[in-house]
Design a protein around this ligand. Sequence first.
Ligand code: SF4
Ligand code: SF4
Length: 190
Amino acid sequence: MNQLEPIEKELAPAVAPDPLTPVQDMLKACIQCGTCSASCPNAFAMDLTPRHLWRMVLLGQTDAIFRSQTFSLCSACYYCTLRCPRGLLLTEAMGALKQIASAQNLDRYKKGIRFYKSFMNSVRRHGRVHEMELMTLYFLSMKSPFLPLKFTPLGLRLLAKRKVSIEIPSREPNALEAIFRKVEEMEGRS
Ligand code: SF4
Ligand code: SF4
């Protein structure tokens, strides 16, 4: 044995774990039957079918996976999960890819992620979404002074039709706060 081996090992830079590995583990038993693609109500809008995406995950094609919009278009309806003949947790796998994109702050998904976070913050505070607050939080997170202008005509139309309210809802603590805290605890975020 090379006498320098233990020292070389000690000096070698630690390799960060591949965030894709847990997703690959979830999909190991995929037989590429395509039932998930045939079941998905959003597949028509996806650039890759779910079956194709799972194949790329198993092959570790990280760049191609995160160039695709497929996982960001998953609406978590659980239909594919219910119908997969191998009983794979496909909705969770889609969610895991969304989490990786969010954690890595990938440019392509920034808008969607910030909109989603603003939406969830509003629901957390009021027990339901408050549209004015949602858009205010979203505009602040995007740090673009011109973005609100783009939405002004739509906002005015919705206001005229009384589809959105400018009333500030009460900030009484609501029952959802306990649920949000529990989820954070389960995900190790608290
Ligand atoms: S339904 Fe299940 S086994 Fe079939 S392709 Fe989709 S993930 Fe794979
Ligand atoms: S959970 Fe997502 S991927 Fe699965 S069928 Fe529903 S929208 Fe499609």
